[in-house]
Design a protein around this ligand. Structure first.
Ligand code: MN
Length: 280
C-alpha cells in the first residue's frame, strides 16, 4: 500500500456570497482540485433575529451543488418543483445538469429567531458528456446519512459520499466522489483508503490534522499526493475536517458565475438560454 502524504496547503479567505453572507473559501479550488470547483464554509455566523441572509433565485448549469448543514436551517425551492428545509445534518445534492433556477434562504423560524448558521456548499464538476443531463435532486435527511464511530471511540464520521470504517454512503453520485465529515479526538488516528489515481484533499475547520508529520490547520485546505491510503492524526487537540476525493476530469473549464461548461460558446449559450427563459 502506498501512503498518501501532504502535497501542499492552501489558505482560506473570507468573502461574501449570495445576498451577503460570509463564507471561508480556499483560494486554490477550481484550478487544482478537479473535480471540485468550489468549497464554501458558510459561517459559522451568529445572526440576530430577522438578519439572516441567503441566496435569492439564481441559475446553475453544468455541475452539481452539494449543501450540508451543520447548524441553523435553510429553505430552498427550485424550478423543477423541489422545495424543502435543510436542518442540521441534512444534505441536498443537486445536479443542475442542463439547468435549474433555485433559491437558498434562511428557513422562516430560523430567520425570525436568529441563531448560529454553519454549513458547507461544495460544487462538483460534471464530465462534458453529463453537463446537459436532466437535473437531478437528492435530499437526504440527517437520520438517513450513515454515521460511524471507530472501535476505540476516537474517530467519528458522517458519510455523505464514499465509505469509511467499512460503512458506505447512501447518496448516489454521477462520478465517484468521497465526501466525509470526520472528527478525531486528541491522540486519535484514522487510516482512510482513497483509491489510487483519485484526487484527494481535506479541509480542516477545527483543530489541526497531521499527515505524515505535516500539519493542516483550521481554515486550510490540504492537498494529498497520490497513493492508496492516508493516515490522519490528531495530536494535542481534537480535529474536525472534511475528506474529499474524486477523479481528475482532464477537460477544459469555462466558468462564468453560476455556469461551468467546457468552452466559451457553451457559456454564451447558457446566458442566452437563461435570458430567453429556456435554461430551466
Ligand atoms: Mn445555488
Amino acid at each position: 500500500m502506498q501512503k498518501r502524504t501532504l502535497r501542499m496547503t492552501a489558505p482560506t479567505h473570507t468573502v461574501l456570497e449570495g445576498g451577503g453572507f460570509p463564507v471561508r473559501r480556499p483560494s486554490a479550488m477550481g484550478s487544482l482540485m478537479s473535480p471540485f470547483l468550489l468549497l464554501d464554509e458558510m459561517g459559522p455566523v451568529h445572526w440576530e433575529p430577522g438578519q439572516a441572509i441567503g441566496a435569492p433565485a439564481h441559475p446553475h448549469r453544468g455541475f452539481e451543488t452539494v449543501t450540508y448543514m451543520i447548524q441553523g436551517a435553510m429553505k430552498h425551492e427550485d424550478s423543477a418543483g423541489n422545495k424543502g428545509d435543510l436542518n442540521p445534518g441534512d444534505v441536498q445534492w443537486m445536479t443542475a445538469g442542463r439547468g435549474i433556477i433555485h433559491s437558498e434562504l434562511p428557513q422562516d423560524d430560523f430567520l425570525k429567531q436568529g441563531g448560529v448558521s454553519h454549513g458547507f456548499q461544495i460544487w462538483v464538476n460534471l464530465p462534458s458528456k453529463d453537463k446537459m443531463m436532466q437535473p437531478r435532486y437528492q435530499e437526504i435527511s440527517s437520520k438517513q446519512i450513515p454515521k460511524v464511530t471507530s472501535e476505540d471511540g476516537k474517530v467519528w464520521a458522517n458519510i455523505i459520499a464514499g465509505s469509511t470504517l467499512g460503512v458506505q454512503a447512501v447518496i448516489d453520485t454521477v462520478i465517484p466522489i468521497t465526501y466525509i465529515h470526520m472528527k478525531i479526538q486528541k491522540q486519535g488516528a484514522h487510516c482512510q483508503a482513497i483509491e489510487q489515481g483519485l484526487n484527494g484533499m481535506i479541509y480542516v475547520f477545527g483543530g489541526t490534522v497531521h499527515i505524515e508529520g505535516k500539519p493542516v490547520h483550521d481554515g486550510q485546505l490540504g492537498l494529498l499526493t497520490d497513493g492508496d491510503e492516508v493516515i490522519f492524526e490528531a495530536q494535542e487537540d481534537d480535529a474536525e475536517f472534511l475528506i474529499l476525493a474524486g477523479p481528475e476530469l482532464n477537460e477544459p473549464i469555462a466558468r462564468y458565475g453560476p455556469f461551468v461548461m467546457n468552452n466559451r460558446e457553451e457559456i454564451q449559450q447558457a446566458l442566452l438560454d437563461y435570458q430567453n427563459g429556456n435554461l430551466a
